[in-house]
Design a binder for this molecule. Structure first.
Ligand code: PLP
Ligand SMILES: N[C@@H](CCSC[C@H](N)C(=O)O)C(=O)O
Length: 450
């Protein structure tokens, strides 16, 4: 090299070109990066693994370089380069994918442009006539995509209460191609027994895949692949990145054939995560543990505060949650999303609007706290009739807790509750939730697990 530095090392064997075998059309596929680092590559405690990465570029860069390039020079007319085109693979993206595979206990991870992009890639493995079994409490965007697939893609979608394994068994069969689970669910915070449903699915059809949306917990708190899932996916927009400065989706698998199928779709459709967003997500992942532990401890205090004042709170960190034990058998924490009801949609709206520290926003998993009314915001794409059939209370408020000082968050929420007239003030200055449920029976829909 002209500056006197040693020549860059040759690409290692582990980075050598690999050809994906999954081929929907019977034609050769473009090169894919080598599979991500194996699950057993995890050697240290998670706090260490989140920040520790093996290898570097030729200059020893501490932060993964951003390979902001669309195409790559080849060594011969027949190719020969490690990468050829960023849609097919990019070193920054590969670095992130290997890191995520390690922390998600997966053989392979793939990153795409959003959480919905991840679900789109996964559901493209389905064929017309295939059946999907899924929950009756799902993120609104997930519900919308499944509805689209059933009206435009010939996919038969069964929505059942996935907290009840017998109801799931009732719709499983040889045509079941995919079981799609969220746990905890968004926004009703119901818990789904992943191992039981995964076993039942594979008994009904060994070829069926169980896909779990782990967005509400992140790999820090739950590893669905270790619980029997075949595919885990997450919105990287949430906890993994943690600052609401990017959109991303992550998919992780242990079966090579599924990974190759997913890669085929990503390369064919061009939804792989950009180099810059891969870099940003890599940066965010390193602080996942410190952020989420603080968020979770704040969420626990807020859940206890609301419950102690008589609100019906949904949070798996509360022993009163009907599936507290089940949740703790699968997860290492309750996360930082909780919801509660006031019994009156207007009162809920006033609380949301009176809060100052809590931004009125969709999304969650970020360092700052958010408040929202799911039926009007994140889940508004589920029509009112369906929401009612699925027992989604219109007055439900969702709190997505950040890393701020818990006392400040509680003070602000208390003030908003008082200002909205949601609580009865006592002469000593303490308060309890008003029994507003009776005042608006039409808007309070029963939810049989609560
Ligand atoms: C549980 C859940 N899964 C998936 C998604 C989709 O993620 P994204 O917004 O990154 O597309 C969201 C939110 O958007 C979500 O809440
Ligand atoms: N307008 C958006 C709403 C996104 S909701 C984001 C997030 N998953 C949440 O639960 O808050 C849309 O139509 O998708």
């Amino acid at each position: 090299m002209s500056d006197g530095r040693p020549d860059p090392p040759k690409p290692s064997q582990s980075l050598s070109r690999a050809f994906a075998k999954f081929d929907l059309d019977g034609h050769d596929l473009p090169p894919s990066p080598a599979p991500s680092s194996p699950r057993n590559g995890k050697r240290y405690a998670i706090a260490t693994e989140l920040v520790y990465t093996e290898g570097s570029d030729q200059y020893g860069a501490s932060s993964t370089p951003i390979y902001q390039t669309a195409t790559f020079k080849q060594t011969s007319g027949s190719g020969g380069g490690e990468y050829d085109y960023t849609r097919s693979g990019n070193p920054t993206r590969t670095h992130l994918e290997r890191h995520l595979a390690k922390i998600m206990n997966a053989e392979r991870a793939l990153v795409v442009s959003s959480g919905m992009g991840a679900l789109d890639v996964i559901t493209r493995l389905l064929k017309p006539g295939d059946e999907v079994v899924t929950g009756d409490d799902l993120y609104g965007g997930t519900n919308r995509l499944l509805k689209f697939l059933s009206t435009h893609g010939g996919i038969i979608v069964h929505h059942v209460d996935t907290t009840n394994a017998d109801k799931v068994r009732g719709v499983l069969g040889t045509k079941t191609a995919m079981v799609l689970l969220e746990t905890p669910t968004n926004p009703l915070i119901k818990i789904v027994d992943i191992p039981t449903i995964a076993r039942a699915t594979h008994e009904a059809n060994p070829a069926a895949v169980v896909a779990v949306d782990n967005t509400m917990l992140s790999p820090l708190l739950q590893n669905p692949l270790d619980l029997g899932a075949d595919i885990v996916y997450e919105s990287g927009t949430k906890y993994l990145s943690g600052h609401h400065d990017l959109m991303a989706g992550v998919i992780a698998v242990n079966k090579a054939s599924i990974g190759e199928g997913l890669f085929f779709v990503i390369n064919s459709t061009g939804c792989g995560l950009s180099p810059f967003d891969s870099w940003l997500l890599m940066r965010g992942v390193k602080t996942l543990k410190v952020r989420l532990e603080q968020q979770q401890s704040n969420a626990q205090r807020i859940a206890e505060f609301l419950e102690s004042h008589g609100f019906k709170v949904r949070y798996p960190g509360l022993p009163s949650h009907p599936q507290y034990q089940l949740h703790n058998s699968m997860a290492r924490g309750a996360g930082a999303v909780l919801s509660f009801e006031t019994g009156d949609t207007n009162v809920s709206e006033r609380i949301v609007e009176a809060a100052r520290l809590w931004a009125i926003s969709v999304s969650f998993g970020c360092v700052n706290s958010l408040i929202s009314m799911p039926c009007r915001m994140s889940h508004a794409s589920i029509d009112a009739k369906t929401r009612q059939e699925r027992a989604m209370p219109e007055d439900i408020i969702r709190l997505c807790v950040g890393i701020e000082d818990a006392d400040d968050l509680i003070d602000d929420l208390s003030r908003a509750l008082v200002q909205a007239g949601a609580v009865n003030l006592t002469t000593e200055g303490s308060f309890s939730a008003k029994d507003l449920g009776e005042a608006s029976p039409k808007e309070t829909v029963s939810n049989d697990i609560y």
